[in-house]
Design a protein around this ligand. Structure first.
Ligand code: AMP
Length: 213
């Protein structure tokens, strides 16, 4: 509903909404995608990025590119990534700070895979205050564990990611439970959390997201 307000979709329907419509359009859409590995954050992030013409900032993609290019960052990150461990907070926070300072995020951004720890979330809060880019929505994509395991095993065959081995998958799910899941409460307390059922087709999940934005 508000998604269409943002695009001015209801302007002609009810001119009394005009003030509200303008306010919506002026605000940048700064969104966090939260969820375990295999929840579909990347897939939905791409869709949102296209829908709103704002960049998707995926820390996993940035790190994988650095590993491919063999940069110092890539060399440092690789051993953590291969075993499904988190890259140290200081490294990741620096990457995101630099990325969000780029002009293309002015109209909004979609964070996929960051924050993943309370320390990262606190740093993001500070950053978004400094850069005057408040987070508007945190979408928590929820998928039962059994389905996650099936999806990650399937992805291993199609994408051939080095961290989709049984051992690394198990470790990433544990890391999610211990380090990242506490962010659900962190953002719920701030009134930013929107829970999305992450099962069904990609379209169905995307429609659920559209309803809450
Ligand atoms: P992803 O593609 O988001 O599943 O990330 C792949 C891997 O990159 C993770 O298993 C971590 O090793 C690393 N990584 C990505 N984002 C972060 C983050 N915010 N904090 C720490 N490590 C990260």
């Amino acid at each position: 509903m508000k998604a269409s307000l943002r695009k001015g979709g209801l302007r002609d329907v009810d001119s009394s909404l005009e003030g509200y419509t303008r306010e919506q359009e002026d605000r940048a859409m700064n969104v966090i995608l939260l969820g375990p590995p295999g929840a579909g954050k990347g897939t939905q992030g791409h869709r949102l990025s296209e829908r709103y013409s704002i960049p998707e900032v995926s820390t996993g993609d940035i790190l994988r590119a650095a590993v491919r290019q063999g940069t110092p960052l890539g060399q440092e990150a690789k051993s953590y990534m291969d075993r499904g461990a988190l890259v140290p907070d200081g490294v990741i926070i620096g990457i995101v700070r630099e990325r969000l300072a780029q002009d293309d995020t002015e109209g909004g951004f979609i964070l996929d895979g960051f924050p993943r720890t309370v320390a990262q979330a606190e740093a993001l809060t500070r950053m978004s205050e400094e850069q005057k880019r408040p987070i508007e929505h945190v979408l928590s994509i929820e998928v039962p564990q059994q389905e996650l395991l099936q999806r990650l095993a399937g992805r291993r065959q199609t994408e051939g990611r080095r961290d989709d081995t049984d051992e690394a998958i198990r470790h990433r799910l544990e890391v999610y439970a211990h380090e990242t899941a506490p962010l659900i409460d962190f953002y719920r307390r701030q009134g930013l959390l929107r829970c999305i059922a992450g099962v069904g087709t990609v379209d169905e999940i995307f429609q659920r997201i559209m309803v809450v934005l």
